[in-house]
Design a protein around this ligand. Structure first.
Ligand code: FMN
Length: 328
């Protein structure tokens, strides 16, 4: 499913709740799972343009979107405008919903080399790059960025949002922290409200949206069209259905039941092992299990048992024993 600029705008106007791009998290397996739990739109992990243009295996895996993996945008990152434009063309051939350019990654080995949030050091260069990428593809191009690099006195985002709109960018996702903050400190949604007021393209608010109530509040406080959830989804993918129920019907869903929690562990483990085989498929699922099992009686002991088990069959047995214990 691909969008035109107009259909993307119409889609975003429906207040979608979006799964954030997260390296080693927002892969095809997790996207499917989040979508099943109500995520409206997903964005892939960021794909390095050099790897992508070399056709390296991990980039090719990230670019490959299954037929049911829609709508999903592909996110690319790099420091060279021509290479980004070329990579956007390759990404476009994979038929994503749209192409997103990462201008927000704060990690020194990326931002320090001019990619990700490194673009915020030179807003004019960022805008010129965005224009070049927009002109190189027919799909809509969006930009995900932060409110600035460092101190508030140097917050370029409002002016930058206007200039990105002029460059033809179809929408902006704003992680409401500075690059210097990394992932710590509170996200300041007021900047999303300011950026939103300055442009007529949709703005997606991101940062510290942890619950359905946060999603509703972020949309109401900023006037943004859409909301993006990152870390909260790692532990609690049900956040998507909870946000949808609240936004669409004003209903606060009950938390997932013990059965649902155990079943999500099984589903995620099975899907990751099918995709990656043992033991890797089991290991990459572990980061989610603490959150999935949260609040269950005996969760700590259960987590520990799962932590030392590398096989799918072993994990399923542990989960079945836990289900029997809970039912007794
Ligand atoms: C493990 C992890 C990986 C991330 N990888 C990416 C990425 O590939 N591209 C990107 O734009 N942002 C990435 N981010 C940032 C998130 O998309 C998001 O902007 C950030 O976590 C703030 O949202 P949150 O408070 O809902 O988590 C990553 C964040 C985390 C925690």
């Amino acid at each position: 499913m691909t969008f035109t600029r107009e259909s993307l705008h119409a889609y975003l106007a429906g207040r979608p709740v979006i799964l954030a791009p997260m390296e080693d998290v927002s892969d095809a397996v997790f996207r499917r799972l989040c979508r099943e739990e109500g995520a409206d739109l997903c964005v892939t992990e960021f794909v390095n343009v050099e790897g992508l243009l070399r056709g390296c295996r991990s980039a090719a895996r990230k670019l490959s979107l299954g037929a049911d993996d829609a709508p999903t945008a592909i996110q690319i990152y790099g420091s060279n405008p021509e290479r980004l434009a070329e990579a956007a063309r390759v990404a476009e051939a994979a038929r994503p919903a749209f192409v997103d350019v990462n201008c927000g990654c704060w990690v020194p080995k990326i931002a320090g080399r001019g990619a990700g949030a490194g673009w915020l050091r030179d807003p004019a260069a960022m805008v010129a790059m965005a224009r070049m990428v927009v002109e190189s593809v027919s799909l809509p191009v969006t930009v995900k960025t932060r409110i600035g690099l460092g101190p508030e006195s140097h917050m370029p985002i409002v002016d930058l949002a206007r200039r990105l709109e002029d460059a033809g960018v179809a929408a902006i996702t704003l992680h409401c922290r500075t690059a210097a903050m990394g992932h710590s400190g509170a996200a300041d949604w007021a900047w999303a409200a300011r950026a939103r007021a300055a442009v007529s393209i949709p703005v997606v608010v991101n940062g510290d949206v942890k619950t359905a109530d946060d999603a509703a509040r972020a949309l109401a406080e900023t006037g943004c069209e859409a909301v993006m959830v990152g870390r909260a989804a790692i532990d609690h993918p049900w956040v998507f259905r909870e946000a949808r129920a609240l936004l669409d019907h004003g209903v606060r869903l009950a938390p997932p039941t013990a059965d649902e929690r155990l079943e999500l562990c099984r589903r995620h483990l099975r899907a990751n092992v099918a995709e990656r085989t043992e033991p890797f498929g089991v290991r990459v699922t572990r980061r989610h299990l603490t959150g999935y099992l949260k609040g269950l009686p005996g969760a700590a002991a259960l987590r520990k048992e799962l932590l030392f088990c590398d096989t799918l069959a072993g994990c399923l047995e542990i989960l079945d024993r836990a289900a029997a214990r809970l039912a007794a």
